[in-house]
Design a protein. Structure first.
Length: 589
């Protein structure tokens, strides 16, 4: 069944995809309605899922309001993102119904889940900057409730970091959108990217959009909220944070940046460099973690490096943009399915059956892990082959380096997945395992594993409007996908045999949050240094030379300490962000 553009059924589905979760979220505000709304929550993304499979690309609907209008629809770029988000939200909602059954804050979690899902699905269907930003902001701020759900000290700290980074990203994104829409005179995705050629400073506007969306996409060094938020959120929320919500930033890149319209070699090269850095930097930190969720969080940062590299390459070489956009969309879909299955496994695999032997459930969890590592004949092999072919369109010497670069990154991903499986197995049957194990969690997780495993077969047909995907079944493609996996498994096995360091955690552990931990340590040191320096200055003999020497030595450190202490308070931080937004507007004018 296929719904033609402009058909009544198609238009109703477009409206229902957003209106249904929004109606559930509004109804959830009424305490009496929560008694009978529970089962309906699991259907929140079903209209969007039906739309993703049945609607032809090009379907568009304009919703006129009192003061403005929004344009909603399905296009070739948004369709794979609609598919991945609707699939994940459906599975996560069903999983959460069992996972949160005994949680005393289940009602609060459900309300935030519905609001976040409305924003996440709505931004995919939005076809103009206004709609995208409204849904994006709804998703961003509603997700805060999912991050701090447990109200523990770790959750509240992760929530502070998340909301601080989110406000920074919103300020950059809003400044870029207002500047782009003002210069272009239009907010539609059809005309906005093409108008960059007429902007006086297209690199500045594109940079604001790229880094504003990069906060949500986990672009290094804006990734620090991810490894803090993932471990503290309930497992269904963690699966959505990594599988669906960070893809909103990637979709925004594809929507707003002038890929295929204008070459921005400086900005594109910088994004490519950050993408390559993320592939390996996050992989190293992920291997040094002892919590399965934190390992997966750093894995998401590493995988987003692949997508950032493709986006940067499209800004460097506009002629290669169509193939690169295709590769990024395919990779995003593959990653969402595999990563969602890996997160949901954390609620299933650590069962008592793992004690003393390899559980069959651990073997099932290894299926999406192999796909993420790019094993032959998996969706990961197709996604990485599409990205490699697209990057081959870059000027020399990039084509010669792509094979080595992506191969080394695949080795790093294999080590990350080995670490994830090791932490998952080590956690099984232990007293500190906090995940609730219930038989009802197996069905949604197993279904997502099956969809992820079958993606290699149905992915080309599902994304046919975007173009023809390479079928990685030829021997040379299988060999190219196999050697990084074999090398990664050999390295992981060798490390375990030489002391079982990977399995037991004796390899060492890096603090989750990496850069934010360094910043927090600097602030704490400055706070500790302030009072002693002020006391030392008061004890200096009151001579002119002594006072001058004390001021020269102590004042800079003292003032730095006071500035850092003031900048970390809520009002001061808000003022800094407002001043930053004002300066950005002035610079653009």
């Amino acid at each position: 069944m296929s719904l033609a553009p402009g058909s009544a059924a198609g238009m109703l589905l477009v409206i229902a995809a957003v209106a249904w979760p929004a109606s559930l979220a509004l109804a959830w505000l009424v305490p009496v309605a929560r008694r009978w709304l529970g089962p309906l929550v699991q259907t929140m993304a079903l209209p969007a899922l039906v739309l993703a499979f049945t609607a032809d690309a090009g379907m568009e609907l304009r919703v006129v309001g009192l003061y403005t209008s929004l344009t909603l629809g399905v296009d070739p770029v948004g369709r794979p993102f609609l598919l991945l988000k609707s699939l994940l939200w459906t599975v996560a909602a069903v999983h959460a119904a069992t996972y949160m059954r005994e949680d005393p804050r289940r009602s609060t979690f459900t309300g935030f889940l519905l609001a976040t899902g409305t924003g996440n699905i709505g931004l995919v269907l939005a076809h103009d900057a206004l709609g995208f930003y409204l849904f994006f902001a709804l998703m961003t701020f509603a997700a805060y409730g999912l991050v701090v759900h447990t109200r523990t000290a770790e959750a509240l700290r992760a929530g502070r970091v998340y909301i601080g980074m989110a406000i920074l990203g919103e300020a950059l994104l809003l400044a870029g959108l207002l500047a782009a829409a003002g210069l272009a005179g239009d907010v539609s995705f059809r005309t906005l990217p093409a108008a960059f050629a007429d902007f006086p400073r297209p690199d500045v506007v594109a940079g604001l959009l790229l880094f504003g969306l990069g906060v949500k996409a986990g672009l290094v060094p804006l990734h620090v909220w991810l490894p803090l938020a993932h471990p503290v959120a309930p497992t269904p929320a963690s699966a959505l944070l990594s599988g669906a919500m960070i893809k909103a930033g990637v979709l925004g890149w594809l929507r707003f940046l002038p890929m295929g319209e204008l070459a921005l070699p400086g900005l594109g090269a910088a994004v490519m460099g950050l993408g390559v850095l993320a592939m390996f930097y996050a992989a190293v930190l992920g291997v040094l973690q002892s919590d399965a969720k934190t390992v997966l969080a750093y894995s998401s940062v590493s995988q987003m490096g692949f997508l950032a590299t493709g986006v940067g390459a499209a800004l460097v070489v506009p002629d290669a943009a169509p193939l690169l956009v295709l590769a990024v969309a395919v990779y995003a879909l593959h990653h969402a399915l595999a990563k969602g299955a890996l997160f949901l496994a954390i609620g299933v695999v650590p069962a008592r059956a793992l004690r003393g032997r390899i559980s069959p459930w651990l073997a099932v969890a290894a299926i999406p892990a192999l796909a993420l590592a790019g094993a032959p004949l998996t969706s990961g092999a197709i996604a990485k082959l599409a990205l490699k072919n697209a990057l081959g369109e870059l000027p020399a010497p990039w084509p010669a380096r792509v094979d080595v670069l992506l191969g080394a990154a695949a080795v790093a991903t294999t080590l990350l997945m080995a670490r994830y499986l090791a932490t998952l197995r080590a956690r099984a049957g232990t007293d500190d395992a906090t995940e609730p194990y219930r038989p009802g969690l197996i069905g949604p997780w197993a279904g997502l594993v099956l969809v992820s495993a079958a993606a290699a077969a149905w992915l080309p047909a599902a994304l046919a409007p975007l173009g023809e995907l390479p079928l990685a079944t030829q021997p040379r493609y299988i060999a190219a996908a196999a050697w990084p996996l074999v090398l990664g498994v050999a390295l992981a096995t060798g490390t375990i045999l030489l002391g079982r360091r990977v399995a037991t955690g004796r390899l060492g552990e890096a603090p989750a949050g990496d850069l934010i931990v360094v910043a927090e340590a600097a602030v704490a040191a400055a706070r500790r240094a302030g009072p002693p320096l002020r006391a030392l200055r008061e004890q200096v003999p009151q001579t002119r030379i002594a006072r001058w020497l004390a001021r020269v030595a102590a004042d800079p450190v003292d003032r730095t300490a006071r500035a850092l202490e003031a900048a970390t308070t809520g009002p001061a931080l808000g003022a800094v962000l407002c001043v930053l937004a004002g300066l950005l507007f002035m610079a653009l004018r």
